[in-house]
Design a protein around this ligand. Structure first.
Ligand code: PLP
Length: 429
């Protein structure tokens, strides 16, 4: 993660290489090469005691702050009282479901799972069982988890200028015909969507989209685009699924659908829902959700576990109690400061984002499609990321991935980030 590497870090990294593939279980391989020993609020500390302001925030789950004492107290209280029981619904699970039904427009019923990938795979099975069809339409570069037909057309190991093909599985080991059932077109391309429906409308089980784009860059849907998806799916009997794994509980307690005013059939939620505790959810129309546990298998040893449920209930309370408003205020301050620094230093870049999200796009015009996002000065993007790291500001390892802040950020953390960016812009200009 930084040039400051002490002996403890070196020893731990060497041990990690011996017992974990490439030394780490989740994303971030071969990029940071550091060991985080403490995380609190907006900060991480490495083994050498160096502090970093964290804009990765675990790719999104940390919405209040690392190790939030109020959330952790709720988990401890729950753990002292109830464990995995599996004899019926837990009281907290019922209350959390009622809360989400009250908040998210599409949520008539909710089921709790562990990860966003779980929620989206269940959504796919529900859509297939409901329609009797196999194929799905998704958008180039939209990440919907690592599995199956949804794990297509969103590989982020990109070389500058070369977007991975839309019709390729993201991962080796995927079944060779998996991409045959996935149709991938550019996001916001209404004409392409219309063509797909004209040719394959009766074969489509579902359309999956992030309603506001976070997978690469940050971009809003074109005016009328979500409405078009809503209209075409309804007309052709396909299921509309919003992947709100990144947007949910971050920009609005009702998800981006509450901002956009477009209600999908199913919604995948996760990440910010539990402030880092392992919980995700599938929500949606009651008739579709009722297929779970009947026509569609939905089993997970740790689904709706009471620790994560307790974390989610407290997280939602704290987000409702001024948390989201604070994210919006600080995020706007950050994006304004970065935009000013870009103008002042004369680098060719644009800042996009909403609420707590932000990204510097290294091209003159903000991208919308994956191809445009990759057609950018990714070498400068990487130099910027490294310069920020040297200044004590941690950004995601993949330069196309967006950054975010959490409620624990202060105005000073925002200003420190903007100052570091101003120096980094000047250095890479
Ligand atoms: N959908 C989106 C938009 C995501 O960003 C992610 C994860 O980054 C997922 C789905 C998958 O969620 P998980 O990592 O919890 O499986």
């Amino acid at each position: 993660m930084t040039a400051v590497v002490d002996r403890t870090t070196e020893a731990l990294l060497a041990r990690a290489e011996r017992v974990i593939p490439h030394g780490v279980s989740a994303a971030g391989r071969d990029v940071y090469r550091d060991v985080v020993v403490r995380a609190q609020g907006a900060y991480l500390w490495n083994a050498a005691g160096r502090r970093f302001v964290d804009h990765l925030l675990s790719y999104g789950p940390i919405v209040l702050g690392h190790a939030d004492p109020r959330v952790n107290a709720a988990v401890a209280e729950s753990a002292a009282r109830v464990d995995l029981t599996w004899v019926g619904p837990q009281a907290g699970e019922v209350e959390l479901a009622e809360t989400i039904v009250g908040l998210v427009p599409s949520a008539q019923k909710v089921a709790f799972v562990n990860t966003g990938t779980d929620a989206l795979q269940h959504a796919l099975h529900v859509a297939r069982a409901a329609t009797g069809r196999e194929r799905v339409l998704k958008f180039h570069g939209h990440y919907h988890g690592w599995a199956g037909e949804l794990g297509v057309g969103a590989n982020f190991d990109v070389a500058p200028g070369a977007a991975p093909p839309p019709d390729a599985p993201n991962s080796g080991g995927a079944a060779s015909d998996v991409a045959d059932r996935t149709i991938v077109v550019d996001w916001n391309d209404a004409a392409a969507v219309r063509e797909v429906f004209a040719a394959h409308g009766r074969e489509l089980a579902a359309v999956f989209t992030e309603p506001y784009l976070h997978s690469y860059t940050n971009a809003a849907p074109a005016p009328g685009f979500l409405e078009l998806l809503r209209e075409l799916t309804a007309r052709h009997g396909a299921v509309l699924v919003f992947d709100e794994v990144k947007t949910g509980f971050r920009h609005h307690l009702g998800g981006y659908q509450a901002i956009a005013g477009v209600t999908p059939d199913l919604t995948a939620l996760g990440k910010a829902l539990g402030n880092g505790w392992t919980i995700a959810a599938l929500a949606g129309r009651a008739d579709l959700m009722d297929l779970l546990g009947s026509a569609v298998t939905m089993d997970g040893s740790y689904y709706a576990n009471p620790y994560a449920v307790a974390a989610a209930r407290r997280t939602i309370e704290l987000l409702a109690d001024g948390g989201i408003a604070r994210l919006d205020r600080l995020g706007a301050r950050l994006r304004e400061g970065l935009t000013r620094a870009i103008t002042d230093t004369g680098v060719t870049a644009t800042v996009t984002g909403i609420g707590s999200g932000w990204i510097v796009n290294w091209r003159a015009e903000a991208p919308v499609t994956f191809r445009q996002a990759v057609d950018a000065d990714l070498d400068r993007a990487e130099a910027f990321r490294r310069a920020m790291l040297d200044a004590g500001v941690l950004l995601p390892p993949y330069v196309l991935t967006d950054n975010r802040i959490c409620v624990a950020f202060t105005d000073d953390d925002v200003d420190l980030t903007v100052d570091a960016a101003r120096r980094a812009f000047a250095a890479v200009a």
